[in-house]
Design a protein around this ligand. Structure first.
Ligand SMILES: Cc1cc2nc3c(=O)[nH]c(=O)nc-3n(C[C@H](O)[C@H](O)[C@H](O)COP(=O)(O)O)c2cc1C
Length: 168
């Protein structure tokens, strides 16, 4: 798909079919994540690909929505703490690296005709215990991954005038 179309067609999908996601599609989505840029190329992240089948009740403890557990997969991007680049003023870019990784996942999924929805409002301790991760890994965001069960609604966005400051 042409890039501007991918950007325009992506939306937060909150309803999925249970149709299988092909291994080739999943591989392309994960490859897009692997190629994401990270500060000083440290790649301080891990991606968990969770098959939802049979795990719906556990996943609902992480984020209790029907649509979260409907598709075949849920993906979680985790940050490897103390492995990302820290700027001189102390700002840690690990979370930003993970956001870029998730955005690559989301856009590559759109290109495959798949739906996603960023989920940050999850139960962190339930996520930690489900994934079995230690303190050096922090779950940053989840997304379901599967085929949308309905068409998108219209995007509501501020105008460019409100968002952009031209300097010079
Ligand atoms: C960092 C981030 C966190 C988000 N967390 C949630 C969430 O926990 N639950 C949810 O339903 N949507 C979540 N969203 C989706 C936003 O609500 C959505 O992207 C926004 O309303 C714009 O709609 P659109 O994605 O359909 O264009 C999140 C989006 C981002 C970027």
């Amino acid at each position: 798909m042409e890039f501007q179309r991918v950007v325009a067609e992506r939306y937060s999908v909150r309803g999925y079919t249970q149709a299988t996601v092909g291994q080739d599609s999943l591989a392309r989505v994960l490859e897009a994540a692997r190629l994401a840029p990270t500060a000083t190329n440290r790649q301080p992240f891990r991606i968990y690909v969770i098959s939802t089948s049979g795990r719906e009740a556990e996943l609902r403890k992480i984020y209790d929505r029907d649509w979260f557990v409907q598709p075949p997969f849920v993906i979680c991007v985790c940050c490897l703490r103390n492995k990302g680049w820290v700027r001189g003023d102390g700002k840690d870019f690990g979370d930003i690296d993970c956001a870029i990784v998730m955005d690559h996942i989301v856009l590559a999924a759109t290109d495959e005709g798949l739906g996603t929805c960023w989920v940050a409002n999850f139960n962190v301790s339930e996520a930690r215990s489900f994934l079995g991760i230690s303190a050096d890994l922090e779950p940053i965001a989840f997304t379901p991954l599967g085929y949308p069960d309905k068409p998108p609604t219209e995007k509501r966005r501020k105008s460019l005038d409100e968002l952009v400051v031209m300097v010079g």
